[in-house]
Structure formats: structure tokens, C-alpha cells
Write a protein that binds this ligand. Structure first.
Ligand SMILES: Nc1nc2c(ncn2[C@@H]2O[C@H](COP(=O)(O)OP(=O)(O)O)[C@@H](O)[C@H]2O)c(=O)[nH]1
Ligand SMILES: [Mg+2]
Ligand SMILES: [Zn+2]
Length: 311
């Protein structure tokens, strides 16, 4: 895609894509255009790394017809994951988000609680609300999708059961995205591209898997792209994830990011309660009353163990 500097020059813009040292930007009333980032923003490996990410708000300077990124506004939030690969490193996926849209499917592939609980925990750690989309309701019983969604209500998650293929249920999600910069995340195969194709018809989606171009697991330069099918509707496409490691939370802090567990934490008999076999555990009591689902609690324990191992 050939992107030219706009005829009139905006002073501020939003990053829509980062691609090998060039940054594509979007500004109200302008076609997307490219800018150069100063060396100061370059990471140690000559890639922009986490320094400039999709959703960043940047201030521009212009020489002749070239835009330079002068300064990046402090982020009001950012969504990270542990970068793929052996090393314990952060990958900032996008910044300044209003919500995370977690896309799953009812069948083909089966609904996977594991990834859902991970992404929800990461969104909570980042202080960003999350919505849960269950796609491909045509391949199963829609009531089953609604049951999954109901299970997440105590975690303050809004859910949408829909069929991207027929368009059934997509309008409600569209309404839920208007005015909210939305980061779309999901396993590959769940229908994220099909869904974004309906929400943003005719726009260029991310092609293929993560790191197709670099062949490496870190700091991919094709990590995300912001689509704006209409003013105020900003959808961020990301490559399908195979695994998702939490970032920015340790095994001790994790419990606070399960919204249905958090309110009980002060009420355990022991201050250092692990909520497993301790007497007087308020979390387990809440679970026995049905206020916390057993499956969510298992997920919490699993993630806590994993965080304990990766320190
Ligand atoms: N039956 C059915 N198939 C769907 C639906 N949405 C997507 N698919 C199919 O699922 C496969 C994967 O879709 P795609 O959008 O590429 O998934 P992505 O990897 O998440 O981007 C394709 O064969 C789609 O046609 C749906 O709502 N119902
Ligand atoms: Mg896709
Ligand atoms: Zn406890």
C-alpha cells in the first residue's frame, strides 16, 4: 500500500501500524499516511519494539513532505503479553484501548476456557474492560454459547453469541464497538478475520500467522493493525495466538484480577491464604455458595502455578 503525506498536515495522529521502522498513522479527516520515527525511539535491535505501538498518540514534525514522530503521549493503558519464545520479555500489543474483544468459537475449534481466562486476566491487569465473543453459533446450540457467557457474568464480562458467516448477532457487537477503540484477540481459526470482514468491509486485514516475515517469536513488526471503517469505529486486528503468556502480574497478585475472587480476599482467616486447603478460606466458601465457578477457580490456580514457575 502506497501511503502519501496528506495535503494539510496534522500535528497529532494515532499509530495504525508499525512496519520495519516506518509507522503508519491515522488522523481525523486524512487518509492513512507514513512517518519516520527518530532513532531515539528505536529499540536495541533496530526495531521499534515496544517503543511505538498501535494506538499510540504521536506528535509530528514535518520537513518537506516527510512526517517525523517527535514525541509520544504517555499511554493511558496498554495491553501486553509475554512475547513468544524462551526469553521472558514483554510484547506490548497495543495502547490506549477502550476494550479487548476476545473472539472464540463454539465449535471448530471448540470453545477453550483456558485462553479466555488468560486473556481476561491480562485485560484486568491492564485495567481494560473485556467482552467475550462466541462465534460459529450455527455449528452448535446457541443456548450453549449463552451458558458460557453467563458463566463470565460474575467476572463483569459482557458476551456476544454470534455467527459471523450469516451476520446473525453481529450488529449488537458493532454497537458495542462504536466509540470504543477495540483490540481483537483470539486463537486462529475462530473466525476473527471473517468477523472483522463484516465489521470493516473492504479493509485490509492482517494476513497469515504471527511473524510470517521475521520467522522469529519476538517483537514482530506485523503485530497489529488499526482498522477504521467509519469515524469513531476503531478495530485493531491482531494475528491469531497459539499460546498466550501473562505479563505484568506475579503469582501473588494474580488473585486480584479475577473479579469474582477479588471481593473475598480480605476475608480469609490467614493473611497469606492460598485458597486451597486452608481453614476459614473465604474464597472457597464463596465457591461452595456458587458465587465463584469451580472452573474459574481451577483456571486461577493453573495460571498462578505457571507464573510461579516462570519467575
Ligand atoms: N460455520 C461457520 N464458519 C465460520 C464462521 N465464521 C468463520 N467461519 C469459518 O471458519 C474458518 C476460519 O475463519 P477465519 O475468519 O479465517 O478465522 P481466523 O483465523 O480467526 O481469522 C473459515 O473457514 C471461515 O469460513 C461462522 O460464523 N460459522
Ligand atoms: Mg485470520
Ligand atoms: Zn483463602
Amino acid at each position: 500500500m502506497e501511503l502519501n503525506a496528506p495535503a494539510t498536515t496534522p500535528a497529532r495522529a494515532i499509530v495504525r501500524r508499525v512496519d520495519f521502522g516506518t509507522v503508519q498513522l491515522t488522523a481525523e479527516g486524512h487518509e492513512p499516511f507514513t512517518a519516520i520515527a527518530r532513532g531515539a525511539f528505536m529499540g536495541a535491535r533496530k526495531s521499534l519494539g515496544n517503543a511505538v505501538v498501535v494506538g499510540d498518540e504521536v506528535h509530528l514534525a514535518w520537513d518537506a513532505e516527510r512526517a517525523m514522530i517527535e514525541r509520544i503521549e504517555p499511554r493511558r493503558n496498554s495491553f501486553s503479553r509475554r512475547a513468544a519464545g524462551e526469553r521472558v520479555e514483554e510484547q506490548v500489543v497495543a495502547a490506549n484501548l477502550d476494550q479487548v474483544v476476545l473472539v472464540t468459537s463454539l465449535r471448530q475449534p471448540e470453545f477453550k476456557h483456558g485462553l479466555v481466562d488468560r486473556v481476561l486476566a491480562q485485560a484486568a491487569v491492564s485495567g481494560i474492560p473485556a467482552v467475550l465473543v462466541i462465534n460459529k453459533t450455527d455449528l452448535g446450540d446457541e443456548r450453549e454459547a449463552l451458558e458460557f457467557i453467563a458463566e463470565y457474568a460474575p467476572a463483569h464480562v459482557t458476551g456476544f453469541a454470534l455467527c459471523a458467516k450469516s451476520g446473525r448477532g453481529v450488529d449488537a457487537l458493532l454497537e458495542g464497538c462504536r466509540g470504543r477503540r477495540s483490540l481483537f484477540v483470539g486463537h486462529s481459526g475462530v473466525g476473527k478475520s471473517t468477523l472483522l470482514g463484516v465489521l470493516a468491509p473492504g479493509l485490509e486485514l492482517l494476513a497469515g500467522e504471527v511473524n510470517r516475515r521475521t520467522g522469529k517469536g519476538r517483537h514482530t513488526t506485523t503485530a497489529a493493525v488499526l482498522l477504521e471503517p467509519e469515524p469513531g469505529l476503531q478495530l485493531i486486528d491482531t494475528p491469531g495466538v497459539r499460546s498466550f503468556g501473562l505479563w505484568g502480574v506475579d503469582e501473588h497478585a494474580l488473585e486480584a484480577f479475577f473479579p469474582e475472587i477479588a471481593p473475598h480476599l480480605g476475608d480469609c482467616r490467614f493473611g497469606d491464604c492460598r485458597h486451597v486447603t486452608e481453614p476459614g478460606c473465604a474464597v472457597r466458601a464463596a465457591m461452595e455458595r456458587g458465587e465463584i465457578s469451580e472452573r474459574r477457580w481451577e483456571s486461577f490456580r493453573h495460571l498462578r502455578e505457571e507464573l510461579g514457575e516462570t519467575r
